[in-house]
Design a protein around this ligand. Structure first.
Ligand code: SF4
Length: 196
């Protein structure tokens, strides 16, 4: 990772006005975590708290995600980089529009190229459909590895879906068990999950 190139990239995204979401955002949410991470988590877009703070996955769903990561023995600082399909908040938490995703997705592709993670975790339908297949169903695809551009991709539920429907936590736990196993296989055989 070229640190200077990465810093320039952050500034470029934070100044972006390519789509109309720039008119209503408070902060661009570039992403956070280790820019040399082996695992990249990809969500949909910032919500209200994320927009206010400029940090992805804060609030209740962020806390839940951090708990899941901790159970896997992962931390945002060491193992993970978290990004989103769009970097600015869609008003009223609506789905990002196709033209907004089209404008923004280039940044995500550049993040993936620069971070170069072996494992991508797609959190929810919008991430799955935007990156892999516009017709894909998260219910059908979750829990199954997809080989994509020389990387291993695991679709799973978005943490906010778990908050709405706690029964989904059982499937999600299975998905993250597979992610831990893949991490051990590809990156660190000694890695220990805490409680997944
Ligand atoms: S959502 Fe993406 S493309 Fe649109 S203004 Fe924000 S950073 Fe730029």
């Amino acid at each position: 990772m070229d640190a200077l190139k990465w810093a320039d990239f952050i500034i470029e995204v934070q100044e972006c006005t390519k789509c109309k979401l720039s008119e209503t955002r408070k902060n661009v949410v570039f992403g956070m975590g280790n820019p040399n991470a082996s695992i990249m988590l990809i969500g949909e877009g910032p919500g209200q708290r994320e927009d206010e703070l400029g940090i992805p996955f804060v609030g209740k769903s962020g806390q839940l995600l951090d708990n899941i990561l901790a159970a896997c023995g992962f931390s945002r600082e060491e193992h993970i980089f978290i990004g989103n399909i769009v970097k600015c908040r869609p008003p009223n938490n609506r789905d990002p529009l196709p033209e907004e995703k089209d404008q923004c997705i280039e940044y995500l592709h550049r993040q993936i190229e620069m971070i170069n993670p072996q494992i991508l975790v797609l959190l929810g339908r919008v991430a799955l459909q935007s990156l892999i297949d516009p017709k894909a169903s998260i219910t059908k695809c979750r829990g199954n590895w997809i080989e994509w551009q020389d990387r291993w991709v695991m679709p799973t539920y978005h943490p906010s879906a778990l908050l709405r429907n706690p029964k989904l936590k059982y499937d999600t736990r299975d998905d993250f068990r597979k992610i831990v196993e893949k991490y051990k296989e590809l990156v660190d055989p000694e890695h220990e999950a805490v409680n997944i």
